[in-house]
Design a protein around this ligand. Structure first.
Ligand SMILES: Cc1cc2nc3c(=O)[nH]c(=O)nc-3n(C[C@H](O)[C@H](O)[C@H](O)COP(=O)(O)O)c2cc1C
Length: 207
């Protein structure tokens, strides 16, 4: 796919077929991820790939529990004729089926204090370096789309991150930035709903 066609049709694909994703394809996607820029070229990303049923169930059960805990009422009240309503329906579908995604990819970032936090203010855990991980995440989403795979960026893991560390032996030096279920898409990608550029851009002076 042309890069602009890919970007302009890359949206959260929350309905996935059960067909497995070949490892070579997954590694092509991850390889696109690690080509991303990062602060001082530190490349602070690390990936945890879940494909085994028990591991995906461990994650999926908790994802769905917390999705419903946090957004319970909202998930029920929605109008599927509006883009927002369809997003909510798809998010609920993903919660119910997360454990069936062929691949659940977790993208971690090495914890590191942003340089604007002074030494004396550095208490507790540093956050993962989000700014250096999101370009990698975006490359992954774009690569998946270009290869005809569906993926979506999720962040509900933050409700049970400690359990993930314990279960999968993840060192506390790293924090989760994004969890991305990946598989072949069920249905089509549909149009993007984005506000027009002229509402977002200011030239020379904020207007
Ligand atoms: C920081 C961030 C967090 C997100 N968290 C979730 C999430 O937890 N669950 C989910 O289903 N989608 C999540 N999304 C996906 C967005 O809801 C989605 O990209 C947005 O609504 C635009 O929809 P589209 O990609 O279908 O055009 C997240 C996206 C971003 C950038």
């Amino acid at each position: 796919m042309d890069v602009f066609d890919t970007i302009h049709s890359m949206r959260a694909m929350r309905r996935l077929k059960p067909d497995p994703v070949p490892k070579a394809l997954l590694e092509k996607i991850l390889s696109a991820g690690i080509q991303a820029p990062s602060g001082q070229n530190t490349q602070p990303w690390a990936f945890l790939v879940l494909t085994e049923t028990a591991n995906k169930k461990f994650f999926g059960d908790r994802y769905n529990y917390w999705l419903r805990e946090r957004f319970g009422d909202l998930l029920l009240k929605n109008d599927s004729s509006s883009p927002y309503g369809r997003t909510i329906n798809a998010a609920r579908h993903l919660g119910d089926h997360m454990h069936e995604a062929p691949v659940i990819l977790m993208v971690f970032g090495k914890r590191d204090w942003p340089f604007n936090v002074k030494e004396n203010d550095r208490k507790g855990n540093a956050p993962p370096s989000y700014g250096s991980i999101y370009p990698c995440v975006q490359n992954i989403l774009i690569a998946a789309r270009a290869l005809g795979l569906g993926a979506s960026l999720t962040t509900m893991h933050q409700m049970f991150e400690d359990e993930i560390h314990d279960q999968f032996n993840v060192p506390r030096t790293h924090g989760i930035v994004a969890t991305i279920p990946i598989g072949y898409p069920e249905g089509n990608f549909g149009p993007l709903t984005r506000e027009p550029l002229n509402k977002k851009v200011h030239y020379e002076k904020w207007t």
